[in-house]
Design a protein around this ligand. Structure first.
Ligand SMILES: N[C@@H](CCC(=O)N[C@@H](CS)C(=O)NCC(=O)O)C(=O)O
Length: 213
């Protein structure tokens, strides 16, 4: 199985799929393409005509888009364990991922994922604050619903992989969080897989100016 990804430092959608594979200990190879470098767009299109990473190659299949990749991995390689076992939690987790997939444009624009970034306070617009407030509400709702002191829905799930780039953003941009949610972020960041991703990001030297807010 191969996962085609972008830069570890910047590619938040790549991180989601990679983290699910790594956290569940699945065997895969990474093909890294440095985004926006000469030839990168053509190289990505040779895997995915939509021109985006991540892309998963498995058993002769090409699966693109992070959400469908995570669904495929859970179905084909994890016996469904990518999602919570409880159907109410699973429905909530799926809604949370769908919301991440389609929303939070202000936050994504103002605070691009930049794993190498060191904490520094930024001015937060009201639109960005609204996104942050909604994410914090969603996280608290998930943790309370599942009575979890671990991950959003108890055991690590696709939902945690989906929000991991937000964890890097909120901590990297120095956003202060309520205790319960800071503890959640700390648990995500402490995962060996997240530490490994961070190390890989720190080893990269490409700089994408538009992502350096
Ligand atoms: N909806 C897609 C979004 C993928 C996406 O936007 N990927 C970015 C990198 S994080 C990309 O490939 N950018 C390269 C480009 O637009 O040329 C997903 O969930 O996988």
């Amino acid at each position: 199985m191969q996962l085609v990804i972008g830069n570890h430092n910047y590619s938040s959608w790549s991180l989601r799929a990679w983290l699910l594979l790594r956290q569940f200990g699945l065997d895969f190879e990474t093909v890294r393409i440095a985004l926006f470098t000469p030839g990168a767009a053509e190289q990505i299109k040779s895997y995915n005509p939509a021109g985006k990473v991540p892309v998963l190659l498995d058993n002769g299949l090409t699966i693109w888009d992070s959400l469908s990749i995570c669904e495929y991995i859970s179905e084909q390689h994890l016996d469904g364990k990518g999602w919570p076992a409880d159907s109410a939690l699973r429905a909530h987790a799926r809604s949370s991922c769908a919301e991440m997939h389609t929303s939070f444009m202000a936050l994504r624009h103002a605070m691009p994922m930049n794993c190498r970034r060191t904490v520094e306070n930024v001015v937060i617009s009201s639109e960005v604050q609204q996104d942050i407030d909604r994410i914090l509400q969603l996280w608290s709702g998930a943790l309370n619903l599942s009575a979890s002191e671990q991950f959003l829905y108890g055991e690590f799930s696709i939902a945690d992989a989906f929000y991991a780039p937000v964890v890097y953003r909120l901590t990297g941009y120095g956003v202060s969080l309520p205790e319960q949610l800071q503890a959640y972020c700390d648990r995500v960041l402490a995962l060996p897989a997240c530490q490994e991703w961070l190390k890989l990001a720190q080893q990269e030297n490409e700089v994408i100016e538009e992502e350096e807010v």
